[in-house]
Write a protein that binds this ligand. Structure first.
Ligand code: CO
Length: 217
């Protein structure tokens, strides 16, 4: 199929509906974007960033990859972060994992899928770090634990980038958050992994990681 007719029809309907609700919508949006938030989430098709927090186009800057990983050598993610922080001056960055994440599940089960295994090694490092604690949990809780720990780890990675460190040094108002989205009920779970300045990074990380286990016992 060379033309995805159904999607173009959907698009036309959507554009017309949006214009009907607000005739200047596209005109205003085409001139500027002014989002307050950067969302770093999983690529999973069931986790649509804007819809989940009920925000309109223009209100949320988004980066998504498999298992919402933030790696210090990933120029794609870093470029998104730099533009969001330094040009758009977002006030919040949220790392958003989701329960039932296939990427994290693959790591937990040691499943192999080829090239992507290399990417998921970053989640594998998180698993290795906490393996004894994870194994002390009931089996049905282990995936949720690793999903939450992965988010907390990535929040720390965001905090450690020179982009965020320098923003805080400049006195820029910037808060990093760690959340997990529930596919089964549509609700966001705040992992209390909130960092507002460089001094809070280590303690917040430790407390949030500890809570993953204490909350369940
Ligand atoms: Co996922």
């Amino acid at each position: 199929m060379r033309k995805l007719k159904n999607l173009f029809e959907n698009n036309k309907r959507w554009a017309e509906r949006t214009c009907k609700d607000d005739p200047d919508f596209f005109k205003i949006l085409s001139m500027q974007q002014n989002p307050e938030y950067l969302w770093i989430g999983c690529s999973d098709s069931r986790v649509p960033a804007n819809e989940i927090v009920d925000l309109m186009p223009g209100e949320l800057f988004v980066h998504r990859n498999v298992a919402n990983v933030v790696v210090h050598t990933d120029h794609n993610c870093l470029s998104v972060m730099q533009y969001a922080v330094e040009v758009l001056k977002v006030k919040h960055i949220m790392v958003v994992g989701h329960y039932g994440c296939g990427g994290v599940q693959a790591v937990l089960n040691d499943a192999k899928f080829g090239l992507i295994d290399n990417w998921l090694r970053h989640v594998g490092d998180v698993k290795e770090k906490y393996i004894s604690k994870i194994n002390s949990m009931p089996e049905k809780e282990r995936l949720d634990c690793l999903i939450e720990l992965n988010v907390i780890e990535q929040v720390r990675n965001v905090c450690r980038t020179n982009i965020v460190q320098e923003a805080w040094q400049r006195g820029q108002d910037l808060t990093i958050h760690g959340w997990v989205y529930g596919l089964a009920n549509g609700h966001l779970n705040d992992l209390e992994s909130v960092v507002t300045c460089a001094d809070e990074v280590i303690d917040t990380y430790k407390v949030a990681a500890e809570k993953v286990f204490t909350r369940r016992t």
